[in-house]
Design a protein around this ligand. Structure first.
Ligand SMILES: [Zn+2]
Length: 211
C-alpha cells in the first residue's frame, strides 16, 4: 500500500512563523490536492519542549544559523520553534487533516534533534512512524512538506534505508537554503540514494490511470 507522508506543515514553518521557510505556505494546496490519491496519510509534527537543545536561546552566546554541538552531534542552532502546545506548533489552519490516519510527533527529546520522521538525528530512538506503516503493510511512501533540505530530506533517506519505495513530491516541498544551493543538493542527494522525484500532477495522473 502507498502512504502519503506530510512533513511538518506547521505554523512556525510558514511565512510569519518563528522559523519561516520561504514560500512554505505554497505546499498547503498541494497537500490538500494529492490527499485524494491516498488511503493512508500520516503527518509528522515537530514538537519541542521549550528548553530544546536545538534552540539558539538554550546555548549561551549561541547564534541562530550557527553550527554547534548537542550531546555529541553537530547541531544547527534554530530560533525557538514548534514548542509543544503553542500556536506555532499547530498544523497550518488551511491544511485538510480530515482523513489523516496518524500524527507522528518528533523532536520531543531535549538532548537530540529529529529531522527525520523515522529517527532522531543520532539514530538512537525511533518515532512511531515505521511501526505504524508496517502495521498497515505500507511498502511505498510519497514524501512532501517542509523543509526540503532538512526534515523532508532526512525522512526520505531513512525511508529508503528502511526498504520503502520512496517518492518525493517536489512541488509539495520548500526549503530553507541556509547556504545557497542547499535545496538543489538535497534533491540530488535524495535522487542518488534512490528516491524517485515526482510532481503532484504526475502523481494524480498516474493514480487516475489506475482507476
Ligand atoms: Zn525543530
Amino acid at each position: 500500500m502507498d502512504a502519503l507522508i506530510l512533513i511538518d506543515i506547521q505554523n512556525d514553518f510558514l511565512p510569519g512563523g518563528a522559523l519561516a521557510v520561504p514560500d512554505g505556505d505554497q505546499v498547503i494546496d498541494v497537500a490538500n490536492r494529492v490527499r485524494a490519491a491516498f488511503e493512508m496519510i500520516a503527518a509528522t509534527q515537530d514538537w519541542h519542549p521549550a528548553n530544546h537543545g536545538s534552540f539558539a536561546s538554550n546555548h549561551p552566546g549561541g547564534e541562530v544559523g550557527e553550527l554547534a554541538e548537542l550531546d555529541g552531534l553537530p547541531q544547527v542552532l534554530w530560533p525557538d520553534h514548534c514548542i509543544q502546545q503553542s500556536l506555532g506548533a499547530e498544523f497550518a489552519a488551511e491544511l485538510d487533516s480530515s482523513r489523516w490516519s496518524r500524527v507522528v510527533p518528533k523532536g520531543c527529546d531535549v538532548n537530540v534533534d529529529s529531522y527525520s520522521g523515522f529517527f532522531d538525528n543520532g539514530q538512537r530512538a525511533a518515532t512511531e512512524l515505521h511501526d505504524f506503516l508496517q502495521s498497515i503493510d505500507v511498502d511505498a511512501v510519497f514524501v512532501m512538506g517542509l523543509a526540503t533540505d532538512y526534515c523532508v530530506k532526512f525522512t526520505a533517506l531513512d525511508a529508503v534505508k528502511l526498504g520503502y519505495r520512496t517518492h518525493l513530491i517536489l512541488d509539495g516541498c520548500r526549503g530553507v537554503d541556509l547556504q545557497p544551493g542547499d535545496i538543489e543538493r538535497a534533491v540530488e542527494e535524495m535522487r542518488n540514494a534512490g528516491v524517485a522525484i515526482t510532481s503532484s500532477s504526475e502523481l494524480m495522473e498516474r493514480k487516475e490511470n489506475y482507476r
